[in-house]
Design a protein around this ligand. Sequence first.
Ligand code: PMP
Length: 445
Amino acid sequence: IKENNARQFWQPMTHPADAQANPPKIITGAAGVRIRDIDGHETIDAVGGLWNVNLGYSNDAVKQAITGQLDSLPYYSTFRGTTNDAAIELAYDLCDFFAEEGIQRVFYTSGGSDSVETALRLARQYHKLRGQPQRTKFLSLKKGYHGTHFGGASVNGNNKFRTDYEPLLPGCFHIPAPYTYRNPFNETDPARLAQLCAQALEDEIAFQGAETIAAFIMEPILGAGGVIPPHESFMPMVREICDRNGILLIADEVITAFGRTGAWSGSRLWGVQPDMMCTAKAITNGYFPFGAVLIGTRMTEVFEGDTSGKGAISHGYTYSGHPVGAAAAVVCLKETVKANVAENAATRGEELFNGLQALAAKHEMIGDVRGGHGLMAALEVVADRASKAPAGAAMMNTVYETAYGAGVMLRVSGPNIILSPPLVLSAQDVADILSALDAGFAALG
Ligand code: PMP
């Protein structure tokens, strides 16, 4: 297996030319918050799979739910007038869990990109049902990430995820993200920057014409763009602007739902009720590919009031509401509540954030430390603090490999080191992550 690594299998983020010299690590086992590679080397998974393994890797209750469901009903469609008990139970549980967000109905998907696509489609359907078919455009944040499908790629705010696939969905426009370290306004004060970004949203709406816009989609804390928490005033301002202009607000909570931010959702963290929440990832903690789009009051009323028989109810596909995924999600949600992972995320997140700031005081190459809301944090690495020139791949690789050798798996994304460990992390795990990072930066000399 090691010899054939990366020969026949094109792996994302691994350039084929690089794969021989720098082969992907082959992960063969996982338990708790740790993963093990083919050489038997064990590391704390500071990436939490890919932001999703909140409960860790060896939750017996989830495993039992999956095998039990495989035994009773491994699959049946929820598309043609049939459904399954796990999907029904989960829908009730999700609406209950996200009552504070105003969630009333659920559409199931197979992952985050599918959830985003579903939300964009539902936004257009909603406006059509209300007799406003001209509301087709989507607004989003630069640096936002919304998945790999064409709709998601179109609202992605990072050119890297868009330009190779153009032409994309027409009518998608991006406004500056509330990213204090680098922004077009040169504004470092988070509250003032939030206001400038909100104003940019107002300006774009005025420029496009409010009556042409279907929805604004945002991550309550931007994740893949480098963990960018907006000022607490930002999302409430966005909500108010959307309301005033008849625009739907889609919260892409694929990362932020289920406790990662230290609150049960990113929307709850900022005190906002979105019209839709895109969820996936931790809904099944990586145990099964699954997702859900959660629908608030405003859209529920319109969809349920539709008598054409051709409305949202026609939306769905082969694997939406998959019984094994739904059964896994039902138990994941119970375990999530039982372990109160949001509280642990808040406590451990604060320790991690403080520790990262201490590292930044020690290592010149750490240009910016972001986080402070649960267990999602990032270090932006620079070649030079004064010019803020981003660190190159070689520097990032040194930190990554050194930390890996010291027992911690990191995620490197451009000049950012992104930390999103399982939420069941212990204080000792946090200390171990920090000391591996310390070793990684020390290796830069
Ligand atoms: N939205 C957000 C905010 C995400 O972080 C991601 C994945 N990182 C997606 C959508 C896409 O999810 P998936 O990879 O499950 O398709």
